[in-house]
Design a protein around this ligand. Structure first.
Ligand code: ADP
Length: 300
């Protein structure tokens, strides 16, 4: 079983001809609502790839909280560890102009209020892997890392967004999964492809991280560990129309296969295929593929 301790958001997206200037009111086009948040996206990706998944985190006492619960339950995600906080649900207000340029205001709401106290209540003994990101309070992540270390449960840490990430957490991470931007920030190496990624990875391994993956968008990903194992995986060549949640799909799909005890090479190939399918469709959660789709893509 997989436990995701992380964020759940309602993304409110309005198309505009151009973004308003301060003080200006403009007409928007149709407004659409999407469920997001890195935690929720990774949970959905893992569940659609066949894993038994529980989600822990905070929702607000508003109707968005109710909507998110319903949607995640449809994806067969166990919500017993989701708590209701006396505030709003995490919300992203997004406007997209005619050129595709977006403006995003993220209001963390209940995600930011999910703290060490709630994390302390979690019973981790049921879980084989725990997934964390950087969209809830650092104190909550810290508690989960400590509790997981006591029970020797592997934690996949995705330090995203990297802005504000508490680097002292890295010493407790068993498996780091990050993209180019995050790897650059943590290693100080400018990454253009797999050779620089391997260099950056080495710096992080030298700091004691046991296993890591760096995803490189259309260039694929690399895996490295303390035993000297290195795997370079090219991406599948697809027509990418929307890369939102590519990384979340990769992580959730990878974790779903990892908990089955499958070979690492297969887990990586599976995650690469799942994320290639996700970028081939518009949308974030709606584009996260199911296991059957991934398997038939791999069989081609
Ligand atoms: P993030 O969404 O966190 O920035 P990446 O952009 O690195 O993550 O994407 C994660 C994975 O998704 C990549 O390792 C790759 O396998 C897949 N992917 C991303 N973009 C593409 C693309 N244009 N074509 C094919 N696969 C892609």
């Amino acid at each position: 079983r997989i436990l995701v301790v992380g964020s759940m958001n309602m993304d409110i997206v309005t198309g505009v001809e151009r973004h308003p200037i301060p003080g200006e009111t403009i007409q928007g086009n149709e407004t659409r609502f999407f469920i997001g948040g890195k935690g929720a996206n990774q949970a959905v990706a893992a569940s659609r790839s066949g894993a038994s998944v529980a989600m822990a985190g905070g929702l607000g006492s508003d109707s968005f909280g109710v909507d998110i619960r319903e949607r995640l339950a449809e994806d067969r995600i166990d919500l017993d560890y989701v708590v209701e906080k006396p505030c709003t649900t995490g919300i992203a207000l997004i406007t997209i102009d005619g050129t595709g340029e977006n403006n995003i205001i993220l209001s963390s709401g209940a995600n930011g209020r999910y703290g060490a106290g709630e994390a302390d209540q979690l019973d981790l003994s049921d879980f084989d892997v725990i997934l964390l990101q950087n969209e809830i309070s650092p104190e909550a992540n810290e508690r989960v890392l400590d509790k997981a270390a006591e029970k020797r449960i592997p934690v996949f840490m995705n330090p995203a967004p990297i802005d504000g990430f508490d680097q002292s957490q890295l010493s407790k991470v068993t498996f780091l999964i990050l993209n180019e931007v995050e790897a650059e920030a943590l290693s100080g190496i400018r990454i253009e492809g797999s050779s620089q990624a391997l260099e950056a990875g080495k710096i992080m391994l030298d700091e004691g991280i046991p296993q890591l993956i760096i995803t490189l968008g259309s260039k694929g990903s690399i895996y490295m560990d303390q035993t000297g194992n290195q795997i370079i995986l090219p991406a599948f060549s697809v027509n990418a129309v929307d890369t939102t949640a590519a990384g979340d799909t990769f992580i959730g799909a990878f974790a779903a296969k990892y908990v089955t005890g499958a070979e690492l090479q297969y887990c990586l190939r599976y995650a690469t295929a799942a994320s290639a399918l996700a970028v081939s469709e518009p949308g974030a959660q709606s584009s996260i593929p199911r296991e059957e789709q991934v398997q038939s893509f791999l069989a081609k």
